[in-house]
Design a protein around this ligand. Structure first.
Ligand code: PMP
Length: 361
């Protein structure tokens, strides 16, 4: 970008993105590897065909039917969510961007507890705001007292909490979330991209929405629903938050094809989420196998595992890739992250890892 008059805060920055390297087993972007059910594929063909007939018209700008379907899905959790509490966009990245545009921006500050999802700082910067690192304990959990003290001292406009956290898999206790909400005068965004993979006893922050108008729960269809290519993210919050987002959303941001495909997928929720238990099983298999290889991992409530104990994590990353297994080097010294998928992928990963750790260094 040398020579171009880009904004100074972008100088020296790299675009977000995992390396797109060809590999037999791609375990680096936390996707769901299972193919979509045949019945869904058939219905998608019909729904997209019908939507195509209307492509000369703009889509429903407010995505009313889709938001109603998303509210129905969220309400299955036992917490009633109404369509006016829901907003949808092109991936939860766009949800996070719209939130930053309204509640963050120039002269404003966002606090997040790193290591966490690296788009939180990037979106904060791209919308003109300043991102500040929150404290985590060495085991990657959030210390509620330290976090609350930091919020009181810094008075951020936006607080990001990822639960379960990426890249560590760490779920955040609900009383930590309520304490952060009570401490901040800003908006608290709980990024729950991986919540469907949480172990029992890790409830969603949806249960906290009632009476907390500055709490936002962000979700996605990219992970448990196995629809990363669809680009559909959404949030649940007070209807006033949804109203505020109308100020920054681009008109007709969500194409009629996306809306039709997302509604069709939601009609097949049970079939799509049927793979979640299998993925959780593979995650737990990876965790259980690591000590046998002399390695450790962080307890995970997501569809991936942060594993470590390496003197040279980049060398292990390369060794795995040489054996056809692509994992993620998230830049944490000594650690790598692997996505849990099919039993065959777990087998390939554990076999390759066993060879790499046994190889003379
Ligand atoms: N939040 C977290 C924590 C993520 O890990 C990701 C994707 N890696 C996203 C949000 C964005 O997902 P999408 O835009 O596909 O919904």
């Amino acid at each position: 970008m040398t020579g171009l008059p880009v904004r100074p805060e972008f100088e020296g920055r790299s675009p977000y993105g995992a390396p797109q390297v060809p590999a037999a087993h791609r375990l680096n972007t936390n996707e769901n590897p299972y193919p979509l059910p045949d019945e869904l594929l058939a219905d998608l063909g019909a729904a997209l065909g019908a939507a195509a007939l209307e492509l000369n018209r703009y889509p429903d700008r407010d995505a009313l039917d889709l938001r109603a379907d998303l509210a129905t899905y969220l309400s299955r959790s036992g917490t009633a969510v109404t369509p006016d509490q829901v907003w949808a966009a092109n991936g939860s990245n766009e949800i996070l961007q719209q939130l930053s545009q309204v509640f963050g921006g120039a002269g404003r500050m966002a606090l997040g507890f790193t290591p966490s999802y690296s788009m939180h700082p990037l979106i904060t910067a791209s919308t003109g705001g300043t991102f500040v690192d929150g404290h985590r304990r060495a085991d990657f959990t959030i210390d509620p007292d330290a976090a609350v003290a930091q919020v009181r001292e810094l008075r951020p406009d936006v607080v990001f909490v990822t639960s379960p956290n990426n890249p560590t898999g760490t779920a955040v206790a609900l009383d930590t979330i309520t304490a952060l909400h009570d401490a901040t005068e800003g908006v608290l965004v709980v990024d729950e991209a991986y919540t469907e993979f949480a172990r029992p006893g890790t409830p969603s922050a949806l249960t906290l929405l009632e009476g907390r108008p500055r709490l936002v729960v962000s979700r996605t269809m990219s992970k448990a629903f196995g629809m990363a290519g669809l680009r559909l993210g959404y949030l649940a919050a007070d209807p006033a938050v949804v109203d505020a987002l109308q100020l920054v959303r681009l008109p007709y941001h969500l194409s009629s094809l996306t809306q039709a495909a997302a509604r069709t997928a939601l009609a097949h929720t049970d079939a799509l989420l049927a793979t979640v238990d299998a993925v959780k099983h593979e995650r737990d298999r990876i965790v259980a196998a690591l000590p046998g290889l002399g390695l450790t991992s962080v307890p995970s409530d997501a569809n991936f595992v942060l594993f470590g104990g390496f003197a040279d994590a980049p060398a292990v990353w390369q060794g795995l890739l040489d054996r056809g297994v692509l994992v993620r080097d998230v830049g944490l010294p000594g650690w790598l992250r692997v996505t849990a998928g099919t039993p065959a992928e777990t087998d390939a990963f554990l076999t390759a890892l066993g060879e790499v750790v046994a190889a003379p260094g």
